[in-house]
Design a protein around this ligand. Sequence first.
Ligand code: XIL
Length: 391
Amino acid sequence: MKRRDLLYYGLSSWAACRVQSGLLPTQASRNAIAPISPDTSQVHPALSSQESTRSHPKPTLKQRAAAKNIIYGAECGTLSLAEEPDLAEAIAQECAMLVIGCLKWQYLRPTPYTYDFTYADGLAEFARQQNLQMRGHTLVWHIEQPQWFQEIVNPQNAERVLVEHIQTVMQRYAGRMHSWDVVNEAIQPQDGRSDQLRQSPWLNLLGSDYVDLAFHIAADTDPDTLLVYNDYGVEYDTADHESRRMATLNLLERFKTKGTPVHALGIQSHLVGDQSDFNPERFRRFLGDVASLGFKILITELDVIDQKLPANIQQRDRRVAQVYQEYLDVVLDEPAVIAILQWGLSDRHTWISQFFPRPDGLPSRPLPLDAELKRKPAWSAIAQAFDRSTR
Ligand code: XIL
């Protein structure tokens, strides 16, 4: 089992304690998200004394992206923006889209019979107030399932449970979601199946057609949103990534052959700072192959894992910026790419510090803004990639 999967499988117990132990923000705190005031005197004190996105006359990332018909956005990386008005402001400034990254069973389903939308509604309301587009992540995944799932769901009731979940969650935001990651990470060639699908609880319960079923339910529930199949590990010139690229193309072809209503491929793109195997032409060809099958492409969780980069911040930031630049120069050349979405905007909240911690214990620095929301070399590299693009 790959390190990443090992990291993941340790996740559900950790995530479960967060949901059940009341560590989630209270209803009152979540309701406290105030619209970002246009009056700079209202800017969060921590922000006013520092260089902030607001003080920059330069166009923001969303503006530069929009000039090239790209939606730029981010998952906010925290359960609530109510306690962090400075981060909320940075997201509103830099992003045209907010990824509601907690629309996962673990957060929405405290019991088999109840839903808790408090947190997701809080972020959706923030998006509405700030006129941000939003997208939902994720309706079907093998990780971050509630503790009760494996006790309650069985082959006899699994389809009904799946239908009810997708309908209930999508109907709540119907007409407001730019797109949904309907199924996340269904591919795992290492599991040895001829269809290269992952041996997941959903596959064990419903068979390999669970993927197609999920998309049909989603299409019937909200015909006005883009339905995305989302996965990882296709960016580098390695045997593992080649295997995953082939499996991804096979799955997309299967969707086409079966008439499964999938509109786009989501490519997570958790890039690796010390990885030297990025082959621009190989990745460019893969993007072209996906586009040739008629699918749009969203980069859905972009960040750069700096776990094995030097401790020196200037060196580390420079390498992270270079990775963003090399990658985006390829991605932005593909007309089928419609969105660049990051998994977090600021180093203050990144999953990488938890799942790919540095051996020296230094904080991870994978994102365009540092923990104090100051723009880093990565911000400039992303901005320049948008400006340089001739799309
Ligand atoms: C991560 C979240 O950011 C963490 O907070 C959580 O503990 C684990 O999941 N790919 C995905 C996302 O599709 O759902 C994962 O999000 C990161 C990897």
